[in-house]
Design a protein around this ligand. Structure first.
Ligand code: ADP
Ligand code: MG
Length: 212
């Protein structure tokens, strides 16, 4: 894992967000202010524009570089939250850039999710991206502890993310803009849960493909 891998993952996440842009826009129009996908794509475009810099770095510095760009370009609630995810992961990333073992990355992902929780001051059940990130981090850690292979992890995490994303539909929003709607927030998937799930699925597919 290095800056090139980070950029490959960014490209995969970017492609998936672009493909689902209209759907994410509709979700945020239903329970937010409609800007979530615009915010994210602005950040993705900025990351793509700094491809050479990111690719030249080792894994953790590449994540930190991307995080700083995300903070200054994404905006909204999700910009600082994705910044926290990336810096949290970078701080806990395996020190050896060549170590792409499951346990190290499970720890890094969990640290990223913890950082999002501290920034956004929420856990599961408030109908946010955390309803996807936390179950994925938990399953990732459990798989790592059970000695699961990289292939098994990359196949399993997208399933966990999808189930968790779908479960936000019936939740009552108690954090962020959607919470202003009260009961009317029910019946819509959270846009941040959907974008996070899509990015997780795209990154897992791309890493699985890379290893093949
Ligand atoms: P804004 O709500 O400021 O317009 P965005 O549209 O970019 O920001 O992002 C909205 C998404 O941010 C929501 O769908 C939700 O998943 C996520 N979100 C909002 N508040 C929080 C929070 N406190 N913790 C975690 N995620 C949150
Ligand atoms: Mg919004």
């Amino acid at each position: 894992m290095n800056g090139k891998t980070v950029m490959t993952c960014i490209d995969a996440a970017h492609a998936s967000l672009k493909e689902h842009a209209d759907e994410i826009a509709s979700l945020d129009q239903a329970i937010g202010d409609g800007d979530h996908i615009i915010n994210l794509l602005r950040g993705m475009d900025a990351l793509v524009a700094m491809r050479a810099q990111i690719e030249a770095e080792a894994f953790a510095p590449a994540l930190k570089l991307a995080a700083t760009k995300v903070l200054s370009t994404v905006g909204g609630s999700s910009g600082p939250l994705f910044f926290s995810m990336l810096t949290g992961m970078a701080k806990a990333a395996p020190p050896d850039a060549d170590d792409d073992g499951v346990p190290g990355f499970a720890r890094a992902f969990a640290a990223g999710v913890d950082a999002v929780g501290q920034r956004g001051k929420t856990g599961t059940g408030s109908k946010t991206m955390m309803d996807v990130l936390i179950p994925v981090a938990q399953r990732f850690s459990a798989l790592a502890e059970a000695g699961a292979s990289r292939d098994d992890v990359l196949a399993e995490l997208p399933r966990v993310a999808e189930e968790a994303m779908l479960a936000t539909r019936d939740m009552l929003a108690t954090k962020g803009r959607a919470s202003f709607l009260g009961e009317r927030s029910r019946g819509h998937i959270d846009p941040g849960a959907r974008s996070s799930q899509l990015m997780i699925a795209a990154v897992c597919a791309c890493l699985a493909h890379d290893a093949a």
